[in-house]
Design a protein around this ligand. Sequence first.
Ligand SMILES: Cc1ncc(COP(=O)(O)O)c(C=O)c1O
Length: 417
Amino acid sequence: MPRLKQNPERFASQQRAEAVPEAVPIPLNRPDVGAEELAAMAEALRATGGYSAKRFVRLCEAQLTADYAPAHALLTHSCSAALELAMLSLDLRPGDEVIMPSFTFVSTANAVALRGAVPVFVDLRPDTLNIDERLVEDAVTERTRAIVPVHYGGVACEMDALLEIAARRGLAVVEDAAQAFGATYRGRPLGSLGTMGAISFHETKNVVAGEGGCLLVRDPDLLDKVLVGRDKGTNKAAFQEGRVAEYSWTGLGSAYAMHEMAAALLHAQLIKARQITARRLSLWQRYRKLLQPLADGGRIQLPTVPEECGHNGHVFYILAGDRAARDALLRCLNDAGVSAAFHYIPLHGSAGGMRYSRTHGTLAHTESCASRILRLPLFPGLLDEQQDRICELLAAALEGDRRSAAGQVRTSFRSDN
Ligand SMILES: Cc1ncc(COP(=O)(O)O)c(C=O)c1O
């Protein structure tokens, strides 16, 4: 077993670390899933009427509809599906344009490109890594149909400004709130502010369904169309509500609904969602406190959360000075078994981006931030000792002390997490 370096000032938790010598890798994320989720899934399997009763789907949709009022919540099998359903319901046509950031997951743009429409990328704000609302109006053309604000890390985009532009220019707003479950803007839940909003319950998110998502529909005029789109192009929902005598093919759609087993898992997660968010927020604040001296020394940049944003502790990231510095930190952490990661590779430079999208203006902040970002492990089961060690490792790496820092972290992982 490697010996801990003797430096009690910098490594205050050394004594505790020595008591737990087994080296266990730290994942980037681990969902908080246990007995309650297993019980709910077993109940769904045993239920009379089988999956078709969709009891858990209904329970989750009722709860989410109440939480996101006035938006109506429909569960989907992923956030990607919710975004596709949103773009389908807006009747996007070939050549239509949709404004969004390039710093996002491929699903944001793909949902638009699938309709033959064109994602138009504008630059981000270097403080929040969200779309720069001041650049959006200049990107609007006569072909623009919608704006897609992506709430990076659960920190809200500047929604007042975006909603004002959209209202004045007659555009829809589809919030990509994939990472934003439980986060707010001026006290209102993200995903419920625009025309529609899409949330992810993928296993990498705060609250999970394995794979899952939700489309929040705020505009009541769109609801019937969304239901047809979700139900494979049929008016099955109207039939189930007794509004029509039989159901048949009435429009365009696909199989976008969530499976009952995923909904059972999600239902158990929704019950403990507040607890999960609270723990994540406390770890997020703790990272901030531990890393503040490095930021004060100008070595790294920490995330900014504007006053009007109530975030959900989804991502804790730092920005290194440049790509080389970020890559060195990443290697150092990864070598020590810490699954830190970078994030989105900007879409505009990808093969798909070059084929299906266009950019508006320079994307200098997008390129700079994407090359400097480093995400740190964050999940409810992360131990304070592990968090201390990650920060110590970062500090040591920034001091060029990479080799010895890696040795120390290897000795400090606990096996019970
Ligand atoms: C911004 C954003 N949009 C959409 C998605 C797609 O979500 P899902 O995996 O639930 O389809 C992701 C996934 O991480 C995302 O980060």
